[in-house]
Design a protein around this ligand. Sequence first.
Ligand code: NDP
Ligand SMILES: O=C1O[C@H](COP(=O)(O)O)[C@@H](O)[C@H](O)[C@H]1O
Length: 508
Amino acid sequence: MPATASDKLKKDVEERLKGGVTFIVLGASGDLAKKKTFPALFALFQNSFLPRNTTIVGYARTKMDSAAFYSRIEPYLKPKQDDPKKSVQEFLKMCHYVPGQYDDEKCWEDLDRYVSDLETKHSLKDEQKNRIFYMALPPSVFVSVADGLRKHVYSKTASTSIIIEKPFGKDLESCRALLQDIQKLYKEDEVYRIDHYLGKELAKNIMTVRFANMIFCPLWSRVHIDSVQITMKEPFGTEGRGGYFDEFGIIRDVMQNHLLQLMSLVAMERPVGRDAESIRDEKVKVLKCVKPIELKDTLLGQFVKSGDKPGYLDDDTVPKGSLCPTFAAMVLWIDNERWADVPFILKAGKALDNGKVDIRIQFKKLHGSLFEGVARNELVFHVQPGEAIYMKFNNKCPGFSDDSMITELDLTYRTRYKNLKVPEAYEALVLDALRGDHSNFVRNDELIASWKIFTPLLHQIEKEKIKPEPYLYGSRGPKQLNGFVRSYGVERLAHENYQWPLQNLPDE
Ligand SMILES: NC(=O)C1=CN([C@@H]2O[C@H](COP(=O)(O)OP(=O)(O)OC[C@H]3O[C@@H](n4cnc5c(N)ncnc54)[C@H](OP(=O)(O)O)[C@@H]3O)[C@@H](O)[C@H]2O)C=CC1
Ligand SMILES: O=C1O[C@H](COP(=O)(O)O)[C@@H](O)[C@H](O)[C@H]1O
């Protein structure tokens, strides 16, 4: 990042927090805290984004002393630079651990006293006594913890923010209830609802590519685009997380949130500005135009044993005979002038043949006979692993031949931006929260609009006990997948035998 951009971000943090903050991680003994939250805070520390007076307090029920807490998080802290002032040991000196219950007033009072003592010890001025609560907790305790924090740990003299993790409910009704409960306690601008896909570099780039390039603005509609596919593949199953996963399934786990967020960035109209509300207004508007998904536009799958790889039902934490989908492909239709009749195909699955997330925008067939039969153009945002944007493009075969061939205009970040360290999604999002920027967080009306699209389908699947199609662990998904995708007009494009990432790519 150019020095000026990072300086500006530091200035934003400074202006908002006046040089002081206590970051309180609830559920600090858990998986998310050690794998994502603390590493994100450490990366921000290494890059000097944290205010000069920052204290981090982990809180959870598990009884342990600071040493035990440090040994739990330390293996996940990966130094990116050798500066001794920014070492793991220096970071750990900022971190504290307080054990306590989630439903006991006295424990919240103790936590408040602990934080106040730290603020006094660091001689914080009133305006520096900002507090950020990070809820790395299961949803069953969200509301009671948010309540206890609001009553007892809320900053009395500076700002308070609360960062909340998905799931935001299980359907429209439960989401509404959760939003209301939180709204009673916190103002909307104090709440940061994380969808970590919005922190991914290429998700943040969709707006720039669309609206900062004259070549794309006029092409971005049903006139030129034939289909949009958004795919998330994971090469591992639900190992160890079967209990959680079975309650949610792949649609609630990643499609109603992560993939739909990517879709809304691809489909929204141009926002009037780049501020948080203008962007989120446009996302909500387009989501309101999406029709509820129909079962006929859906393909569900569940992985089964293959060789030594266990099937979903072989996991002891999964209820016997569960019909939970671990794979889904579904088509969303946007009822507006820009996108009428263009299928937006979302696909996601566990235990597939590889791991990747991409967005594939396939253009219409070329008219006229001059180059009849050439392949369609396709613009691909390769979100992960390894960021890349490339365009499938017809080119004259180099040399004596007059034939055309499909090739790629390739912007692979690793080769184009040699020294770039793309920040992890959580690092980028925690920095946004420190700056008070809500652009990459989910607004309450976005959630309502998104659950309206998915809830009728989810209820129908559950009520009618729809059986998912089996697919082998490590395969591309159910055998019906190719036919399903093709039936919406998607073409599989031939390609040259390039090295990675291009060699893996055509993938319906
Ligand atoms: N793990 C991940 O990669 C991701 C997680 N998330 C979301 O983040 C949140 C936290 O996830 P994760 O860290 O995996 O969760 P964990 O299951 O690890 O729970 C976090 C902590 O909460 C406490 N806890 C667990 N179960 C209960 C319970 N039934 N009642 C009260 N406290 C409980 C435990 O701490 P103690 O017993 O010490 O109090 C635990 O260490 C969830 O909402 C999850 O959906 C989102 C994206 C990715
Ligand atoms: O929220 C979730 O996301 C992860 C995938 O995140 P990624 O950043 O690694 O792509 C997914 O594995 C998990 O099931 C889901 O809860």
